[in-house]
Design a protein around this ligand. Structure first.
Ligand SMILES: [Zn+2]
Ligand SMILES: [Zn+2]
Length: 349
């Protein structure tokens, strides 16, 4: 090492030591307090949505096979100053908070069906919203088994609730509230059932076709003269054709068969336990992108939003273009591939 380089290295080292010593001696409390205050401000702001809001938030656009960028299924609606969830997969509460949803104003949870990826975050949504101030039961609706599921969560959280109840009862947070308010919905044939009505907001459930579920639902939301339809998991379904007619926004699950079957082949080639056959079974239970384009065209939905992507490709323009290839030749409306954290203002679209 030349003498010049040695001197420069020593000078850099001395500067770093001096900087370290300076930082160590500083009081960072004002900075930490500022960060904490900002977090509190965000919680308070987020818990007070505007009464005239009519917005959608995509809080999970993946499937069971989630990635950090695409979480398990979760679609949120903010309307009438409240937050309504349609499914809540793993990590839903964290994503909702991160994306600025008014988690303090939970108005209801509507389940499309009880596949684990659609329900694995429900308990934490209920528990966290209660822990941070929810004092009333919330509406929880879903197909047969929903009430039993929520009772099961209550039982699983028993020790936690007993302990917290002792501490939080003084704040009027009672353990009975956390998992209260659940009921099963029964829908016959091609009819529909109104599951919630409030200040001009109507949410109705209808049946879709998700083998082998006897009861799997889509939801039709009507508010301020607009119609939003959420498909849940389904293969190409008459229920969607019927209830999404003329919808302003059709939010539909989507599967790209070409990519999925390629993934299946590669897994099989490498001796993975998940086979090509499994991929074929998955494809049978869902709607391919080209089938979806046909349905959207038949219903004349103005906007088609793809979610529950199978496979859960990265949220990049190139991947999304590939995922939707061929759809534009069939469907003439607006196609949006939803991403986690994406908000859509229904009145502004
Ligand atoms: Zn699913
Ligand atoms: Zn499913």
């Amino acid at each position: 090492m030349s003498k010049a380089i040695k001197n420069i290295s020593l000078a850099i080292l001395a500067t770093l030591i001096a900087a370290g010593a300076y930082l160590y001696s500083q009081d960072f409390r004002p900075v930490v307090y500022k960060v904490a205050e900002k977090a509190v401000e965000k919680i308070v702001t987020d818990s007070q949505p505007r009464k005239d809001d009519f917005r959608l938030l995509f809080c999970g656009t993946g499937s069971p096979n989630r990635t950090p960028a695409r979480g398990q299924p979760c679609t949120a609606l903010v309307a009438n100053g409240k937050l309504f969830l349609f499914d809540a997969g793993e990590g839903a509460i964290g994503k909702l908070s991160e994306y600025g949803a008014p988690v303090g104003q939970l108005g209801g949870i509507f389940l499309t069906h009880l596949h684990s990826d659609h329900i694995s975050g429900v308990a934490e949504v209920l528990h966290n919203t209660w822990l941070y101030g929810r004092r009333n039961p919330t509406i929880i609706r879903g197909p047969h088994g929903t009430e039993a599921l929520i009772k099961g969560f209550e039982s699983a959280y028993d020790e936690d609730l007993t302990e917290r109840n002792r501490v939080l009862a003084a704040e009027n947070l009672k353990r009975e509230t956390v998992f209260a308010g659940a009921a099963d919905i029964h829908v016959e044939g091609s009819s529909s059932v109104i599951v919630h009505e409030e200040n001009g907001l109507t949410i109705r459930a209808f049946r879709v076709d998700h083998p082998d579920w006897h009861h799997a639902f889509g939801y039709r939301i009507e508010h301020k003269g607009k119609v939003v339809v959420i498909s849940g998991d389904t293969k190409a379904s008459d229920g969607i054709r019927q209830y999404a007619q003329g919808a302003d926004i059709l939010i539909h699950e989507a599967l790209n068969s070409e990519i999925l079957l390629h993934v299946g082949e590669q897994l099989e080639l490498r001796g993975a336990p998940i086979t090509r056959k499994r991929m074929a079974v998955i494809a049978e239970a869902h709607t391919s992108t080209l089938e979806l384009a046909e349905i959207a065209q038949q219903t004349a939905a103005k906007n088609l939003v793809l979610t529950h992507l199978i496979p859960a490709l990265p949220p990049t323009w190139i991947a999304e273009q590939f995922f939707t290839s061929g759809m534009g030749d069939i469907y003439k409306g607006n196609i949006i591939v939803a991403r986690d954290g994406q908000w859509i203002d229904v009145l502004g679209l």
